[in-house]
Design a protein around this ligand. Structure first.
Ligand SMILES: [Ca+2]
Ligand SMILES: [Ca+2]
Length: 70
């Protein structure tokens, strides 16, 4: 993991990640993101996925999530 974050911040992020990752597979899909943020416009999602999904596999790993929000 590249980002150096304090443990408590990391713990917070893990909880946030787990609450979005509703099927618990360790990845946040776009569908899960939409379910969690139903008001988010499609353009914002698109911009976010381009920026955040650094390995372009169409889903967010915890590492990508941490990089995005920190
Ligand atoms: Ca998931
Ligand atoms: Ca990814």
């Amino acid at each position: 993991m590249s980002a150096e974050l304090p443990d408590e911040r990391l713990a917070e992020l893990k909880i946030a990640f787990a609450s979005i990752d509703t099927d618990g597979d360790g990845y946040i899909s776009e569908a899960e993101l939409k379910r969690h943020f139903p008001d988010l416009p499609a353009e914002a999602l698109g911009a976010m996925s381009q920026e955040a999904d650094s390995d372009q596999d169409g889903r967010y790993s915890f590492e990508e999530f941490v990089r995005t929000v920190s």
